[in-house]
Design a protein. Structure first.
Lengths: 408, 408
């Protein structure tokens, strides 16, 4: 007999949202058409801009198809340095930037570099799903706090401070993770909140990690502040990449940025580079394409400008139509492209958001994502990327579904 | 004060061969031209075939730039199934194949899925460098055995059996790794040896892992046997990919193949798919390109035929010229494109292969790799991919270097 084949840790390799697709796949296979408001894949709805595709094609035609430096080609690193100078007046050095295979790989490098078994990372709910398996695969645990829905999903920094003080003695805390702008809430954290978080990290000697992958998809008058603008002298890591702002999800190009010069930051950037060397290289021609995508400021401005206007319009339209449903209550997003309404499950007589979402899919052929997949039970996540006609039709069905269920 | 920032495991994130490049980079920066016989990057020397680049460009132009199924697009999975049917008469099912970001990612999935702290994997020296950090990052340890240089780098299966018996009681052994064809020795394991290894794995209930990334780069009359042809009923994993056979190193497309139907194989393939779901997706257009690269048998035959003839010619040329050096002794390779001579360090009065390699680089501007990076001290690895003129010039310098040192 073989002993147990799998490792202990392997039980944490798990994508809770992926599992939910099985029902949808069965329905589609039976020949029915499902409206999907569950796919946060911007390049499905907005084709990758032509100037980026041209640069990708050029790289292939020039035979840029061999391995590259493991932390990324110099052209790409330079382009990222230019971006941070332009947007945040930040002077990054070459060694501050590690190219990754999407933010997913950045999460692996981060947690594998930092966490010993039993260590904790502070994670605010609702969270981006993939944070959790990456923490747990490294033997760590998420210490959950909550974004405050009543305060437009802001962080209650007094509560954060209390928790840090209380748990500091008991358990190792390695880092505080924030997602700004946020998936799935669509919130942009204010400068005041960020300043308090930086102070707390500094006082209690915790590393700050800010996932800023949506940092250019900001609207409704909101203003984005990068943690890198405030955290000078405090060790911090920024996760970013090409997927959202550059509308290139399938390229799998991400960045880890460690701007600090302090001892901890120096250790981190060297170690992330070591992890990169273990996996040899990132897709070569995609790196050239993204270097051009970032460098060509004029074309990028056009592309992102159009995209953000469209997204703002679609999100606001969807929020308005969802607002007509008396069983939903939501904070209006001002970034990314997700809406996270709270559902009045009790009035609708559903036991869980999962049951609600599955039943909506079965009876109305509309697929959305259960909030519990993001640590936000009694919520649903709606992706507002499809055009308004599709969105309108899907929300009609959702609203009808609730009305019928309640008997109104 | 921040506590120690990095995790315990992070010390294992380390690429020993990468480190050696620093000296070479300094020399190149000083304006000197170095002949590199250290880069196993086939696409640097043989441009990726045009039909593959065309398919890549087509995928981009058709906007195949969004996320894909995490275990790979159906077109690619089908192509891989077709390949294994064609080459080895193997009937793979869709779920037997997981697309990875190069074999590197396959090594991560493999070790993270299998190893608990303290578990062992049997690794034969000389080994492909990246096996080791991946084992150690998962908390495991390599249990080293040696390919037998005196028997043309074959595996001594009696010795293997003795070691398995001896250590089985003491420590957990999860898998036996073989590299066939081998980097860095260029050996193809014979069918008889493979049969014995399969029997041992079966008898002692160990998982077999075969890295077969060079399985079409075989020459000098050698015949390759895939472990999948012999290990029916014995749980085994094949690592393969597009980098070498399809001359597409920078695409980062690998495969993990688990053909078995037994309980262990079923657990493994499901878990590898779970790991894939945690990192979301592999580069999308590269998957379409590789699907076409595998499917287009006619073009592939032309491309691989030319490449293997050229490699055979260059390797045999280099072996002949290296054979003129009385301080080197080597087994003639019949696969891949590496030559691994043993150096008579004593006669040359060098303390280590590292010292030899560094001194050759400094004084003759020829970069090769120290064998100790692959667990083969007193050896050097030479990549025979450059054209014969370059190879000849580099080997002249190497031979002169030895002659001068010895005073002959």
């Amino acid at each position: 007999m073989y002993t147990m084949a799998l490792s202990e840790r392997s039980k944490y390799a798990f994508n809770p949202i992926d599992e939910d697709n099985e029902l949808a796949e069965r329905i589609v296979k039976s020949g029915k058409k499902v409206i999907q408001l569950n796919r946060g894949d911007i390049s499905l709805y907005f084709p990758t801009p032509k100037y980026i595709e041209d640069a990708y094609v050029k790289a292939i035609r020039e035979n840029r198809t061999s391995y590259t430096r493991s932390s990324g080609i110099p052209e790409l690193i330079d382009a990222v340095r230019g971006r941070y100078k332009r947007m945040f007046n930040l002077n990054l050095k070459e060694e501050d930037i590690i190219t990754t295979q999407g933010v997913s790989e950045g999460l692996y490098f981060l947690n594998a570099s930092l966490l010993n078994p039993g260590n904790h990372a502070i994670i605010f709910r609702p969270y981006y799903t993939q944070y959790i398996p990456n923490i747990e695969l490294a033997g760590g645990k998420a210490y959950y706090l909550d974004y405050d829905e009543k305060k437009e999903w802001d962080i209650d920094t007094d509560e954060l401070e209390n928790h840090i003080k209380r748990m500091k003695k008991k358990r190792g805390i390695k880092y505080i993770m924030i997602t700004n702008p946020n998936n799935p809430t669509g919130t942009v954290l204010g400068r005041g909140t960020l300043e308090k978080i930086v102070d707390l990290a500094n006082e209690h000697k915790l590393i700050l990690v800010s996932d800023e992958i949506y940092d250019e998809i900001v609207y409704n008058g909101a203003k984005f502040t990068s943690i890198s603008q405030l955290a000078k002298g405090v060790p911090h890591v920024i996760l970013n990449g090409a997927s959202k702002n550059l509308d290139a999800t399938g390229f799998r190009i991400g960045f880890m940025i460690v701007p600090g010069e302090d001892r901890v930051s120096m250790e981190l950037k060297r170690k992330f580079a070591d992890f990169a060397s273990v996996r040899v290289s990132v897709n070569a021609p995609a790196q050239y394409a993204i270097a051009e995508a970032i460098r060509n400021v004029k074309e990028h401005k056009k592309a992102i400008g159009y995209m953000v206007r469209e997204i703002e319009d679609r999100v606001n339209f969807a929020v308005k139509r969802l607002g007509e449903n008396p069983y939903l209550e939501m904070v209006r997003p001002n970034s990314a492209y997700y809406i996270l309404p709270r559902i009045d499950l009790k009035s609708l007589n559903y036991k869980s958001d999962k049951e609600f979402v599955d039943e909506l899919l079965r009876s109305k052929l509309v697929q959305i994502t259960r909030g519990s997949g993001f640590g936000a039970k009694s919520h649903i996540r709606i992706v507002a990327l499809p055009d308004k006609q599709t969105l309108g039709e899907a929300i009609n069905r959702l609203n009808e579904f609730c009305m019928k269920r309640s008997g109104r």
